[in-house]
Design a binder for this molecule. Structure first.
Ligand SMILES: NC(=O)c1ccc[n+]([C@@H]2O[C@H](COP(=O)([O-])OP(=O)(O)OC[C@H]3O[C@@H](n4cnc5c(N)ncnc54)[C@H](O)[C@@H]3O)[C@@H](O)[C@H]2O)c1
Ligand SMILES: CC1=C(/C=C/C(C)=C/C=C/C(C)=C/C=C/C=C(C)/C=C/C=C(C)/C=C/C=C(\C)C=O)C(C)(C)CCC1
Length: 537
């Protein structure tokens, strides 16, 4: 039973131990042991058992931190992670293989170009409070798969989950390679003072700027998973009952503390009243006795976040058309919808990151697009419930990290697909193969055989014009387009390409044929005489 699980009180990692922790994971990486793919697979399999065996601990911790219902703890955290783990375990041996389906001029083929996948090294993962397990362990899966070692710094705003995660990681994973450091800003800062090969940060933009600036000092690459004021679109074509139900789910799971959830919905003016009616109907379906008494409804993580959201409701010029109930002693804010008439309303100026959202009416789809691109031109998530043509127009005129058609943010619920922001909502992506790539360096490698040196003569001084001309011919191609940029594709083009050996001019073609035939003759006669292909001997 989760009720009898003991979760240790939050304890920050001693700051003076942080340099040694960073050194330990760095030395572990330098030991080369993580380069072994089977070693990585063993760690991932152990992580699977850790998540499985600690499932009740995590459900209890998430309940304590956020009053997160066990249903959501399993669906959006534990099970979500296990799905990603299973894919990684199944595909990792393919992902680590050198890339050989790569493009390069045929003249370099003797160098056998390939792209080798190498770990970036020792990485730092800093996570947020709203999905405190999933948003720390999901990047860890990618880091392990890539062969990195890692320190995880969970949010102190979800202390119970942070402690449970530390216990699980210490018990199941290699302690020299994967360490959870708990703490607040001082501990985070101490970690940022160490040198990392990558920093993976999930959280707010203001802290992201601190981290990105710090990383820039040492040219450390970062992935930033941030938030945004996410739009949704509804028109006269929308199935309003369905949209109300789906958007209500999108904003009540985890009490709306979801980076992907809609911050506001642009609704065609004619259907605003009907949509509001449907929202009220679906609220009663979800919570027949009200959300406050429901075991299926989470709470705001702390008073600071509660006050931030409450201030939006207290300062809006809009009309509350659903909800509006709050209880600070219980960190409770009911699912709340506010009808606003301006993009300057306080409800529209900040990311709500809670169960409150707005409806803003529009007349034409162009008005809706203008609103979206005014409020936040690079949101993390976009959801659209219009007609096919309307959705295509919205998607082509409004960018976002990811998008869902005809539902709330389900694109973010598929743990094996790339997930990330765009512009101010983040940089980089992860989950599934993208998680492996996020912590991988793609290293191009070529091997130049001795016998190529003759052909490489054009690069050596004293430069020889004939050699250089021959080289340019060998590496030049005939354009398949005219001077107006229009593609050439008539039969004459293809005939010349073949018989002209791809060069632009007839004179060049003759030279090319001479070089080709004499080279072929030279190779053939040496081979026939048994003297081999080592021309330099
Ligand atoms: N894109 C995503 O996947 C995603 C997921 C969850 C949350 N978010 C965004 O994160 C924000 C809410 O999360 P949050 O409040 O936990 O974020 P936050 O920025 O307050 O904290 C995130 C992490 O940063 C650390 N931190 C805080 N201040 C720091 C500092 N000065 N120096 C170093 N580290 C510091 C915290 O300890 C925590 O571990 C929202 O904007 C939300 O949209 C994005
Ligand atoms: C349709 C077919 C079938 C049935 C399919 C069914 C029943 C699918 C049901 C899917 C459900 C209920 C999915 C819900 C998923 C919700 C999740 C994973 C939420 C995740 C939340 C996350 C990750 C939050 C992230 C937050 C972030 C990043 C920021 O804050 C079959 C299978 C029966 C037959 C085929 C057809």
């Amino acid at each position: 039973m989760t009720s009898d699980i003991k979760i240790p009180a939050f304890e920050a990692t001693p700051i003076d131990s942080i340099p040694q922790i960073a050194a330990t994971v760095r030395q572990s990486y330098q030991s080369q042991k993580t380069k072994d793919v089977e070693w990585r697979l063993v760690q991932l399999r152990k992580l699977y058992w850790g998540l499985t065996d600690y499932s009740e601990n995590f459900q209890a911790a998430l309940k304590k931190d956020l009053n997160k219902p066990p249903h959501d703890a399993i669906l959006s955290e534990i099970h979500h992670l296990i799905q990603e783990l299973n894919l990684t375990l199944k595909k990792l041996k393919d992902w680590v293989k050198d890339d050989k389906d790569i493009e390069y001029p045929w003249t370099f083929s003797a160098m056998k170009p390939r792209i080798k996948k190498e770990p970036l090294g020792a990485v730092l993962i800093i996570g947020p409070y709203n999905f405190p397990l999933m948003l720390n362990i999901a990047p860890l899966i990618g880091a392990i798969a890539a062969g990195c070692t890692a320190v995880i710094k969970p949010s102190e705003s979800a202390p119970a989950t942070a402690m449970a995660m530390k216990e699980m990681v210490e018990k199941y994973l290699d302690p020299e390679s994967f360490v959870v450091v708990n703490g607040r800003i001082p501990e985070s800062t101490a970690l940022l003072n160490e040198k990392w090969d990558k920093i993976f940060y999930t959280g707010g933009a203001s802290v992201a700027k601190i981290i990105a600036k710090k990383a820039a000092e040492t040219l450390t690459p970062v992935t930033l998973e941030l938030g945004g004021r996410n739009p949704s679109f509804i028109s006269k074509s929308t199935n309003l009952a369905l949209a109300a139900r789906r958007l209500m789910w999108g904003k009540t799971l985890n009490a709306g503390q979801v980076c992907l959830s809609q911050n506001y919905v642009t609704v065609q003016r004619d259907v605003v009243d009907d949509f509001v009616k449907h929202l009220n109907v679906v609220y009663k379906e979800f919570y027949p006795n009200g959300a406050k008494t429901s075991v299926d409804y989470a709470r705001i993580v702390n008073e600071q976040q509660f006050d931030r959201i409450k201030k939006m409701l207290d300062t809006t010029n809009g009309k509350i058309v659903l909800g509006g109930e709050t209880d600070r002693s219980d960190l409770y804010i009911s699912p709340t919808v506010v009808l606003v008439d301006s993009v300057d309303d306080p409800m529209m100026k900040d990311e709500s990151f809670g169960p409150v959202w707005s409806i803003i009416p529009y007349d034409t789809i162009d008005d809706a697009i203008k609103i979206m691109n005014t409020v936040d031109p690079t949101p993390l998530s976009l959801t659209t419930f219009g007609s096919k043509a309307e959705n295509e127009k919205i998607l082509s005129h409004v960018t976002s990290g990811g998008a869902t058609i005809n539902d709330a943010w389900m694109h973010g619920a598929i743990s094996t697909l790339p997930f990330g922001g765009v512009g101010e909502s983040g940089m980089g992506s992860y989950h599934g193969r993208a998680g492996f790539e996020c912590f991988t360096h793609r290293r191009t490698i070529v091997e130049v055989p001795n016998w190529m040196d003759k052909l490489l003569r054009p690069r050596y001084p004293p430069f020889s014009a004939p050699d250089f001309k021959r080289h340019l011919w060998m590496t030049s191609t005939k354009p398949n387009f005219d001077r107006d940029g229009k593609p050439l594709s008539g039969p004459g083009y293809w005939l010349w390409l073949i018989f002209g050996l791809g060069g632009p001019s007839a004179k060049g073609a003759l030279l090319r044929w001479i070089v080709l035939l004499t080279s072929a003759y030279a190779v053939f006669s040496r081979y026939r005489s048994g003297r081999g292909l080592e021309f330099w001997k």
